[in-house]
Design a protein around this ligand. Structure first.
Ligand SMILES: [Zn+2]
Length: 280
């Protein structure tokens, strides 16, 4: 499932492609025809993300709310009309639920978990039930800490709960717990406040790198290289995908050599090193 960095990068792409332009909105697949008709021809004011939820604001208090779910994809491209076809007739491939179109760009949404036209009050309600998102300016880690520090659920479960913390998925969960040597099975109320603060500060540092790289970066040498490249060129070349523990079940821990373990927690496979991760 895409994690928060993917949605924030997507909001950035949608904003750059469509903001302040009148957008043709359609549903080539036909499953979003009524919603598309409500937005068609309106000016898109901007796009934003909160955790794994994407919002695009159109003039007239109409908002598009998208959740990609497990398999959803929202591709934004410069327009490439088929040879000889009139404008607006870019080839449709696959089941396009929603298509955004202006003079220069086309955005095709496929397979989302949710695609709906909502009111500003609906947007507020979604924001209100989500936990703080480390990628949003002004996000307050104490809001998450109040829930974590009172919970008997394990920290591995809590980090995946979008009402506690928004945007973190399984990769960031596994990797952050390893980076801070945290025992994933500790109840939230036994986790030290300093540990939570360090995890949050780390997310606030790593996730923006993920947005720019288009990929989750957690290995310290990859993070250092990304920071250096970002400072010198404003870009990050995505490195080979490699993690400390994620999907490394049975392989040796990069630090201690013990076998990385896995177990189903909160519906997803948790990966961790039982020898390194003992802190709370
Ligand atoms: Zn280890």
């Amino acid at each position: 499932m895409p994690e928060g960095h993917t949605l924030h990068a997507l909001a950035g792409r949608l904003g750059r492609a469509f903001a302040s332009t009148a957008v043709e909105v359609s549903s080539p697949q036909g499953r979003f025809t009524d919603g598309a008709a409500l937005l068609d021809g309106r000016v898109l004011r901007g796009a934003s993300a909160w955790g794994k939820h994407l919002f695009a604001e159109f003039e007239g208090d109409a908002w598009l709310h998208v959740h990609l779910g497990l398999i959803g994809k929202f591709a934004v491209h410069r327009r490439r009309p088929a040879d000889g076809a009139p404008p607006g007739h870019e080839p449709v491939q696959g089941q396009v639920r929603l298509r955004l179109l202006n003079d220069r760009y086309v955005g095709d949404l496929r397979g989302p978990n949710l695609c709906a036209v909502v009111t500003p009050e609906d947007v507020e309600a979604v924001h209100a039930r989500l936990g703080p998102d480390p990628l949003r300016p002004g996000a307050d880690p104490d809001v998450a800490w109040r829930k974590i520090s009172r919970s008997q659920r394990t920290v591995a479960e809590l980090l995946m709960d979008q009402t506690v913390l928004a945007g973190v998925g399984n990769v960031y969960r596994c990797e952050l717990l390893f980076r801070h040597r945290v025992d994933p099975f500790r109840p939230g109320r036994e986790v030290r406040a300093a540990t939570w603060r360090a995890v949050w500060d780390d997310l606030a540092r790593l996730m923006p790198l993920g947005v720019v790289a288009g990929q989750i970066l957690t290995l310290e040498e990859q993070v250092d290289a990304a920071v250096a490249e970002l400072e010198s060129s404003g870009r990050i070349t995505p490195p080979e995908r490699a993690y400390y523990v994620y999907r490394r079940s049975g392989e040796p821990c990069r630090l201690c050599g013990a076998k990385v373990r896995t177990e189903l927690v909160a519906g997803r496979n948790l990966f961790w090193c039982g020898r390194c991760q003992r802190r709370r």
